[in-house]
Design a protein around this ligand. Sequence first.
Ligand code: VGL
Ligand code: ZN
Length: 212
Amino acid sequence: MDINKTLLLIIDVQNDFCPGGALAVADADAVIAPLNALSAVLRSAATQDWHPQGHVSFASSHDGKKPGDIIDTSLVKGQVLWPDHCVQGTGGADFHKDLNLNPVSMIVRKGFRSELDSYSAFFENDRLTSTGLAGWIKSLGIETVIMGGIATDYCVFYSAMDCKKLGFKVFIASDAVRGVGYPKDSVENAVEAMKREGIEFCSSKELLDRLK
Ligand code: VGL
Ligand code: ZN
């Protein structure tokens, strides 16, 4: 692996997805140490889930709905509804304090349109609107993207699948991801689908060795 053609993409390591947060993912803060170890040696970018109040993905925005319900919106079929989370400018939307952002040269915010959610770092959930990240990565001559963060079965999954389709070699740092696990089997299904697509799972330690 050529270290100069490899990017680390850190997905949504924010307070609301960590223990104590509004959409807490079990053990999510365990992703931070391996991500900091990788960003110490790699060019790095991070995404930040960044919703306006009243966002379409919040159960509270829909009469009679609760988190976990699934609805069709004007733009997207099968939108999962979540507790209010990562509201712009709130502490829950901040990156976890232990994530080292100093080496991160690009931060992409997503999910900022009221009527449209965005799980992927590359395309919003209408699957049409680009975030611009692909162009930035391509302009750097990057060929390989190592990904980690939260959540394995949502934002990491959609980001990794899009990244692979865009033509990059994609690795998931296996000790640097944690999943929501809703609906049942969503983590297993996501991992299976990623592997089928040719996305490789590798520990951060093995990735660091391969980058030497
Ligand atoms: C995410 C659900 C809602 C994620 C973001 O980061 O995986 N999941 N918003
Ligand atoms: Zn969200």
